[in-house]
Design a binder for this molecule. Structure first.
Ligand code: PXG
Length: 463
């Protein structure tokens, strides 16, 4: 076989891709039919594909390339570490400097007494750690029956057996016998789709109180933890009404259950502060991190654990870990990534400058005839597409039909903006400039217009 390179014709790469590469969360026959768009290089906020097109990446890869593409410092940190110590494990009484240095740094930047780090290779793995860690915590405290973990419908925590069970995605639960026992889901705080006639404030409170209802239903002596994303990402950038999180915190405190904040998307500046828990003023016992931890340059995740949980877990042998827990190259890259976020003031600039600018522009999209609510926290945002803003109606088609049409228009206009059902979402690199934000909004508007025209033709939008 000839060498497969960037210089091969796109059609040949697509054919090989479809023949041998099984894509995540995709229908493989559709990949084969349409051909994947092949990304060959990237710089800053811009991707280049195999046809030489430049695409504005409104999703920072998969919510992860916080410092943007093409940072030599990260490549050099990886190369340095690979030469010095490419791998060693952290099992059985060994350690190494990158794992030590990153853990100390994470303890410094994480809020409160989140001072202890358990490494994983991804967000899914870190949430699997959390699942086993909180159950072990309660068992070690003599309450093994306290093994129920509450989570939310339409939450996303990964796609492994454990993390997929914690998530509340019907599509994941329908394959492979999930969720595993003693994980239960309460309804999400999505006012747009589920708020009915309630005000957002009343709805937020009611949805938070679902947590208390569930605790009382299963029995407070059975419930060990509640896991949630500060802002639901993969579920469609669902921002809970302001009343929601204070009530959740009250309930968690009242029943003494552990709060796990899944910061895989919200962490490392995405919400305008280092962690979403700070933006939303919540006090987790454990935070899940991944993605922005290394800006996606290396696969790495972790659980950051509070003093109390650490004290209990440390006193037993916790029979858990991954070959790549604390991988030295991934740790070295994450450490360098945090240095860039900190020393270049990237997180501060998002909070003070670019996120407020994006907010103003993003919210202006709500003027578009097909856009209902526009929501944004920091650098993650969504708009709800609707045929009727006043009634918040859904389209007369399967959910996601119009969202997909809009995504296709965006892709054709060289903007990566995703759809989740009929919500359009963005999560750009944190280094996006004001000029690039203008381009993003411009292309989004053009794509919305084109999508609306198509929807009208199909009778899905009033003419
Ligand atoms: N928690 C959250 C909040 C996530 O967003 C994970 C855990 C799992 O991380 P790993 O590294 O195992 O993928 C995620 C991942 C999407 C999409 O469609 C989102 C994620 C992954 C894949 C697709 O938006 N988030």
């Amino acid at each position: 076989m000839p060498a497969i390179t960037n210089h091969m014709p796109t059609a040949e790469l697509q054919a090989l891709d479809a023949a041998h590469h099984m894509h995540p969360f995709s229908t493989q026959t559709q990949v084969a039919e349409k051909g994947a768009r092949i990304i060959t290089s990237a710089d800053g906020c811009w991707l280049t594909d195999s046809e030489g097109e430049r695409i504005l990446d409104g999703m920072a890869g998969l919510w992860c390339v916080n410092v943007g593409y093409g940072r030599d410092e990260l490549a050099e940190a990886a190369a340095r570490q690979m030469k010095e110590l490419p791998y060693y494990n952290t099992f059985f009484m060994t350690s190494h400097v990158p794992a030590i240095a990153l853990a100390a740094k994470l303890a410094e930047i994480a809020p409160g007494d989140l001072n202890h780090v358990f490494y994983a290779g991804s967000g899914s793995e870190a949430n699997d750690t959390n699942l086993r860690m909180v159950r072990t915590y309660w068992a070690e405290k003599g309450q093994p029956e306290r093994n129920i973990i509450l989570a939310r419908t339409n939450g996303y925590h990964g796609s492994s057996v454990g993390s997929g069970s914690l998530g509340g995605m019907a599509g994941i639960h329908s394959q492979g016998g999930l969720p595993i026992p003693d994980i239960h889901h309460i309804p999400q705080p999505d006012w747009w789709s589920e708020g009915g006639d309630m005000t957002p404030e009343d709805f937020g409170l009611a949805r938070a109180q679902e947590l208390e209802k569930a605790i009382l239903h299963y029995g407070p002596e059975r419930v060990g933890a509640f896991i949630a994303e500060p802002v639901q990402g993969a579920g469609g950038v669902i921002v809970a009404p302001d009343t929601y999180w204070p009530e959740i915190q009250r309930i968690v405190d009242k029943y003494g259950i552990l709060l796990i904040a899944d910061e895989v998307i919200c962490g490392f500046g995405r919400t305008g502060q280092w962690f979403g828990s700070q933006t939303l003023n919540i006090k987790p016992h454990i935070m899940t991190i991944a993605k922005g931890l290394s800006s996606g340059y290396q696969p790495i995740g972790a659980s950051i654990v509070c003093d109390e949980v650490n004290a209990v877990i440390s006193a037993c042998e916790f029979n858990h870990g991954y070959t790549y827990s604390g991988h030295p190259v991934a740790c070295a890259v994450a450490l360098e990534n945090i240095r860039l976020l900190e020393e270049e003031g990237i997180v501060d600039k998002v909070g003070a400058e670019t996120a407020p600018y994006l907010k103003e522009k993003w919210e202006s999209l709500a003027d578009h005839p097909m856009v209902g609510e526009a929501k944004i926290v920091g650098m993650m945002a969504s708009i709800a597409l609707t045929p009727d803003k006043t009634t918040r109606a859904a389209f007369a088609a399967d959910a996601g039909t119009v969202g997909y049409m809009c995504r296709e228009r965006c892709f054709a206009n060289n903007l990566v903006m995703r759809h989740v059902g009929d919500r359009m979402i963005i999560s750009p690199p944190l280094v996006i400039s004001k000029e690039e934000i203008d381009i993003l909004i411009d292309r989004a508007r053009t794509s919305l217009d084109e999508c609306m025209a198509q929807a009208k033709e199909k009778g899905l939008f009033p003419a």
